[in-house]
Design a protein. Sequence first.
Length: 531
Amino acid sequence: MAKEDAPDLPTLIVEHHLSNIRGSQTLNLNRDWADRLLRQNKALVMIDGFDEVATDQCEAVSAWIDRAVATYGETALFMLTSRPAGYDRYNSSQVWTAVSVKPFDEEQRNTFLQQWYTCQETLSRPGRPPEEINDLAQQAAQGLIDQIEQRSELRDMTDNPLLLCMLAAFYRFRPSRKLPLNRLKLYQGFCQMLLEDRPEYKGMDMALPADEAQAVLQGVAWTMVKQAKIEIDGTELHQQVSQLLAQATDLVVQPETFIKQIEEISELFVKRQSVDEVEFAHRSFQEYLAAKEVQGQNYEPALLGLGKDWQEVAVLYAGLVKNPTSLIEALIKKGGQEALDLAYKCWLENPQRVPTGVFAELMEQSYQLLEMYMVAGEWKKADQYTYRVTLQVLGKSVGEFLTVEEILKFPCKDLKRLDGLWVNHSSGKFGFSVQKAIWVQCGGKLDGEWDYDAYQKFGKKVAWYDADFKFYGYDKLVFEVSDITPLGHLPFWCWVGWLVFLCLGVVCLLWGFCASRLVSCEDQGFQKVPN
């Protein structure tokens, strides 16, 4: 996709996708067939893992996807997956609906594990009867499920598909051991499994002990992170490994031997077939190993200079160290939304170790930044940042689902401050209390119950929807204060991020709960706005 002569979507489907599917060659499918399929409402186009795209190729790959959507977006459904860091790097002129993967529930978790173990047993025991394979898979899966059910800290990890897959792999190689307590210990356990347990299981001798091998990998990972790379040229990797081996061990080990073992036995390195480049098996391992290197070498100040794509290294570091306060304080001092967002993510990793005064300063700086957006007339940024601030108040991560109980118990002092900023800087045009008054005018009740008819009237009144109750689109909202700006038009993003479920493709907001909380806060001295 990043090449100048990259194939278009139909050609890519036929020549690069179908060619890898057994038996497709006998069907004589060509580009015209793929083009017709895409134009007949018969295609779902799934593009997986944008976060794995090299930084210098993001623009080209984004442009390729844009061209495909511009050509076929009216008749084919496109789905692009990415971790948040990769999503932020995606540049699009097309309108996408951003959604988050919901956590696995218990049934989905168990189904995943049973199918995962069935796949693994089938691959590792070719020719065995299906009944025997199924029995072995069910036994292995149930052993892991039992351990998860017995430990609440593990249950909290298993709603994430990636961590659940790692747990399954970890348990498969080490079924007699207790599973790690958190994701950092899981990463460490996984590294140990790949660098020590797997070679032992395969009866292969590694050139270095696991701890010394990991030290070399940590150095490689940190160097790549500083260079903002997810891939490294083979020659450069050879040079780096040679230098790191001299520092990590007294043993005489050839760089090419070490690299080959990490590729073929541990499989933490993956070599690209088309070019002489190597990358880590998953970006998460690269980030974790880099964070370990920062911890071991006291490189904390260097974390302040990392680009947005590599902030996860700082977050993992905050979870590794005994106390991340100094890093959080440095980020608060640096200021700006990117630094404050990162400071909050670091706080979430280790909140018990951070003094309450430091978190209070983080919140104060966040409120000041929100006010700066409003004073500057940057209402779109203010709208979106209000959502961030509300999550910080509740100790939630971006994308986490909130319960009705959390909404109804939102701290009144923060709700009052947020509303005051919106009302005061918009001369009474915007604000939660303004919206509450309109909600009442539209027949909405203040009893915490959802009223769809009232919401329809409310949505039209504040000009989020047209007369047919069709959403105008977020980018078409009015992000300015003028005589023609509808009363109560903002904030909007806060409610979408907070309350939110999708109903027949229409964003439906549970406004009744919000209005109810406003009333209970009014009883505690919250500013009242006449209906």
